[in-house]
Design a protein around this ligand. Structure first.
Ligand code: SIN
Length: 304
């Protein structure tokens, strides 16, 4: 395989690797390392079935199955469909997934390590691709924080809540997201993580406070926490940390959720079709098996 780093804030292209066949452990290890180092990996020109996408993704950790049961691929609950397409008048997938800055599964005790997306229908207008996925580099955002804030937050934790993002998306004009059922809310109780994680692959600190789910900083009044979070959100959204990936048909895109935040750009209309299959890989390979109690994260290098 060839790993070709971008010249941008992050990202690399992986060439000469066919993901439809089972990779060697040494190849997976190289990809894990590249993911931590570059944050986002593009694998162009892949030809994958849903089950091959799943087989590749699960080499990096356990795959998440959404308790809502929405938009799952037939026979593969670990694979979600992100799409604005319809079949027989019914939506085939989630049409507004990820359309604001966030980090997947920061609201869960077992956080997400990677997202793996395979795009087979990409919207275009005037020959230009639409529906990009944008990223921000949380290694660089941490490094660039004012030293006194690094000190203040060094031992603080942040509560992350799934409802924050869901309710924000529901409040948007035209949203078709239903209210979460009580069962769905209870399946995803808020989770608490250090404001700065030590990245398990790079060994460096990252800012782990995304606008989508971060709610409250520990040992601060609601007002002080809000002011500080607003600062952290504005800080991380600076253009110097930005990388935009313009989708190409049949590309597989994989990113590290610990060292990045992301946003799906909703710049296409309902007749401009987008169809992407997604697996969410939990950080079980990095922090222990599914069900591992949260404190393990604090003793295995993830804490501040
Ligand atoms: C996501 O947040 O996983 C969706 C990203 C995208 O559709 O571009």
């Amino acid at each position: 395989m060839i790993i070709e780093p971008n010249s941008n804030a992050m990202g690399a292209r992986i060439l000469e690797l066919d993901l439809s066949i089972s990779l060697k452990d040494s190849e997976i290890d190289r990809l894990m390392h590249a993911l931590g180092t570059h944050g986002v990996l593009e694998f162009p020109e892949q030809h994958l079935s849903t089950s091959q996408l799943k087989s590749f993704s699960e080499r990096f950790g356990e795959l998440y199955i959404s308790p809502g049961g929405r938009a799952q691929a037939d026979g593969h609950p670990e694979v979600m469909i992100l799409s604005n397409m319809t079949k027989d008048g019914q939506a085939v997938g989630l049409k507004d997934a990820g359309q604001s800055w966030h980090t997947d599964m920061s609201y869960a005790k077992m956080i997400a390590f990677a997202n793996v997306l395979y795009g087979t229908t990409i919207p275009h207008r005037d020959g230009q691709p639409l529906g990009a996925t944008q990223f921000r580099n949380m290694h660089a955002a941490y490094e660039d924080l004012p030293p006194d804030l690094k000190k203040t937050l060094a031992k603080r934790t942040i509560t992350h809540d799934f409802n924050k993002f869901w309710d924000m998306m529901r409040a948007r004009p035209g949203s078709t997201r239903p209210a979460l059922s009580e069962r769905e809310r209870q399946a995803r109780p808020p989770a608490v993580h250090p404001a700065f994680l030590t990245h398990p692959i790079t060994g460096k600190k990252v800012l782990y406070a995304n606008p989508g789910y971060a709610m409250q900083i520990s040992d601060m009044s609601e007002q002080e926490s809000k002011t500080t979070l607003d600062f952290l959100f504005a800080h991380q959204l600076q253009d110097k940390f930005l990388y935009t990936y313009a989708w190409k048909k049949n590309s597989l895109l994989m990113w590290d959720n610990i060292g990045t935040t992301h946003n799906a750009v909703a710049d296409y209309d309902s007749h401009e079709h987008r169809y992407i299959e997604r697996c969410q890989v939990m950080a079980t390979r990095l922090y222990g098996e599914k069900g591992t109690a949260h404190p393990i994260m604090f003793t295995s290098g993830i804490s501040a």
